[in-house]
Write a protein that binds this ligand. Structure first.
Ligand SMILES: [Zn+2]
Length: 318
C-alpha cells in the first residue's frame, strides 16, 4: 500500500478489472492519497473487493476520508441493481458491486463502464492541460472563451476510446458524458470495422472489439497479449485507426484520446497501423486537423473522474 498526504476534497475510486482490482482515495486532481491492488480472484470476487475497499478506507487519514465513491469495470452497467453486465464475462452478472462497495465504505457509490469513465478522465486531463497553458491575460490574447474561467469543459468535447479486456469508450460534451437512451453512448466496441471479418462475442461479425481488445487479440493468436506477433498488433492498430477516422468525421471533433493497457502492450506495430489507416481515412475537409492522442492516465483516473462529478453535484446542491 502507498500513501501520501495532500489536503483536498477526496473520493473513493475503484477499478474492477478481470486481471486486477485497484482501490484508492484520490484527490481532486486524480492523484492517489492511499491506494492498494490485488490480483482478481477467479471466485469470490465480491468478498475480495469488499475486503480491499475496507482496507483502503481504514488507511485513509481521518481528515481525508472520502464522502463519495465510484467503481469502473467492463460495462455496461445495470444501474437499478447496481451491477455490471459485461459481454464475455457472464460470471460477473448479478454480482452486487454497488451494494458490496457501499457496505464496505459507507459511501454513496456510482458505477460506470471503464470506457465512459476513461473519456471523463481524458476530458479532465485535457482541461487541466489547457488551464496550465492558457494565457493569464485573456483580454490581450482574445482567448477568453477558452480559459478555465469560461467553465470546466474542453471546447467541442472529447471522444475517449479505451482498449483493455474490452473495447469501450465515451463522449464528453460540455464537461459531461453524453448518455444516450441506455447510458451507453460512446461504447464503440461493437462498431463494425470489417463486415467480412471475425466473429464477435456479441454474435455479430467484424466488431472493433474482436480486433483491438486484449481478449480479442488473444483469441486470434491463442497466446498471451504480451507475445502478440507484430502483424496482429498492426491489424489492431489499423482497425482502431479506421474507427477513429469514422468517429471524428461523424462527431465533428478534432481528436480521439486513446488509452488502456493494450496500447502500451502492443506498442509500435500497433501505433504504425493506427497512423497509416487514420491518415488514409481522414480525407474530408473538416478532418484536416484531426488527430489521435495517446493518454497515459493512472488506473484510478476513470473512477476518480466519475466520483468527482458526484462530489461536484453534491457541492452544487448544497
Ligand atoms: Zn460485437
Amino acid at each position: 500500500m502507498t500513501t501520501s498526504r495532500e489536503p483536498s476534497a477526496t473520493a473513493l475510486a475503484v477499478d474492477l478489472g478481470e486481471r486486477h482490482i485497484v482501490a484508492g482515495i484520490v484527490d481532486a486532481a486524480g492523484d492517489a492519497i492511499v491506494a492498494d491492488r490485488i490480483v482478481t480472484p477467479r471466485r469470490e470476487v465480491m468478498r475480495a473487493l469488499g475486503a480491499l475497499v475496507e482496507r483502503v478506507i481504514a488507511a485513509a487519514p481521518v481528515e481525508q476520508r472520502p464522502t463519495v465513491g465510484a467503481v469502473t469495470a467492463p460495462g455496461p452497467v445495470d444501474a437499478a441493481p447496481g451491477e455490471f453486465r459485461p459481454l464475455g464475462l457472464r460470471r460477473w452478472w448479478h454480482e452486487p458491486v454497488r451494494r458490496v462497495v457501499t457496505s464496505a465504505s459507507g459511501l454513496d457509490i456510482a458505477l460506470e463502464s471503464i470506457g465512459r469513465g476513461f473519456a471523463l478522465a481524458a476530458h479532465d486531463a485535457a482541461f487541466a492541460d489547457r488551464a496550465a497553458s492558457a494565457p493569464t491575460n485573456a483580454d490581450e490574447s482574445g482567448a477568453d472563451d477558452q480559459t478555465p474561467s469560461a467553465g470546466a469543459a474542453v471546447p467541442g468535447g472529447v471522444l475517449g476510446l479505451y482498449l483493455g479486456d474490452q473495447v469501450d469508450g465515451g463522449v464528453v460534451v460540455a464537461g459531461g458524458l453524453v448518455n444516450g437512451v441506455n447510458r451507453q453512448a460512446g461504447r464503440v466496441g461493437h462498431l463494425c470495422v470489417d463486415p467480412d471479418g471475425l466473429q464477435c462475442v456479441c454474435g455479430a461479425v467484424g466488431c472493433l472489439e474482436s480486433y483491438a481488445s486484449i481478449r480479442g487479440v488473444e483469441a486470434q493468436t491463442d497466446r498471451s497479449i504480451t507475445v502478440t506477433p507484430p502483424a496482429f498488433a498492426e491489424r489492431a492498430g489499423t482497425m482502431v485507426g479506421r474507427a477513429c477516422a469514422g468517429l471524428l468525421a461523424t462527431f465533428d471533433q478534432h481528436q480521439v484520446v486513446i488509452g488502456g493497457p493494450l496500447v502500451r502492450i502492443l506498442g509500435e506495430p500497433f501505433l504504425a497501423g493506427l497512423r497509416s489507416e487514420f491518415e488514409r481515412r481522414c480525407r474530408l475537409p473538416h478532418l484536416t486537423q484531426a488527430r489521435v492522442r495517446i493518454a497515459t492516465l493512472s488506473v484510478l483516473a476513470p473512477a476518480g473522474a466519475v466520483a468527482h462529478r458526484m462530489l461536484a453535484q453534491t457541492v452544487d446542491a448544497a
